[in-house]
Design a binder for this molecule. Structure first.
Ligand code: 13P
Length: 264
């Protein structure tokens, strides 16, 4: 498959993980919104559940989308501690993460659970960011593409081509998350390209050309430009650097440069 220079709108998400308190979160989102200006990039933040309503009130009227870091696939009932898609939408959430490596590896989420959550999110009309990626051990054993393929095939089991239009794949090599180690642009490009080929095999070439595949793992202002210059890297999912408004803004700006290059 040749990679077309398709003008996929870049997507930059800030995954705040279990960070900030109410006042820090409010100050952070105010700085992000104030610094944004006009942009050709889809921008989202994923605060902790308990702050979502306050953050959404501040983003109201801006182009920043508010997302959730997780969801539960049942619609309601006796699931202590869990949050449904209806509850999220009630709090102005329009996008959600599924399969984040910390949920897979720390909270022991299985491929099957990730698949149930992914389908529930898509059925609810939420822009769903399915996170995948290999551990260091898997990479050192040459298993990167095989692990990504297994996680995508199981994560998207039962997902139609039509639903795929509201899905983003985040390639987040586990060894690069929060470590300061980043995949080289060429290594990340190779993984993204293999993922796009897989989507062509599972669905068709149109679906592969249209789907956004974003990179996560120690992306920061210093490396965002070279990663986002790669043909198959359509944006970023940012952890640590998304907690600093200036750094997050600089990464959005690098994605704006990508958008201008693709359109121009
Ligand atoms: P870091 O940017 O802190 O490495 O986190 C990446 C990530 O896990 C985003 O979901």
């Amino acid at each position: 498959m040749s990679t077309k220079n398709t003008p996929r709108t870049p997507f930059v998400g800030g995954n705040w993980k279990m960070n900030t308190n109410a006042s820090e979160g409010a100050a952070l989102i105010r700085s992000i919104v104030d610094g944004l200006g006009s942009t050709s990039v889809d921008v989202a933040v994923y605060p902790p559940f308990v702050y979502i309503r306050e953050i959404a009130a501040i983003t109201n009227g801006s182009s920043v989308q508010v997302g959730a870091q997780d969801l539960y696939h049942a619609s309601n009932g006796a699931f202590t501690g869990e949050i449904s898609t209806d509850m999220l939408k009630d709090c102005s959430v329009s996008t959600v993460l599924t399969g984040h490596s910390e949920r897979r590896h720390v909270l022991q989420e299985t491929n099957e659970l990730v698949n149930q959550k992914t389908k529930a999110a898509l059925n609810a009309g939420l822009t769903t960011v399915l996170c995948i990626g290999e551990t260091l051990d898997q990479r050192e054993h040459g298993k990167t593409d095989a692990v990504n393929e297994a996680q995508i095939r199981s994560g998207l089991d039962g997902v139609s081509k039509a639903d795929l239009s509201n899905l983003i794949i985040a390639y987040e090599p586990v060894w690069a998350i929060g470590t300061g180690m980043t995949a080289t642009p060429d290594d990340a490009q190779d993984a993204h390209h293999a993922i796009r080929e897989l989507i062509a095999n599972m669905y068709d070439q149109d679906a592969a050309d249209a789907i956004r595949i974003i990179y996560g793992g120690s992306m920061k202002p210093a490396n965002a430009g070279e990663l986002l210059a790669m043909p198959d890297i359509d944006g970023g999912l940012i952890g640590g650097a998304s907690l600093v408004a200036g750094d997050f803004g600089a990464i959005i700006e690098a994605a704006n440069v990508r958008a201008a290059t693709l359109v121009g």
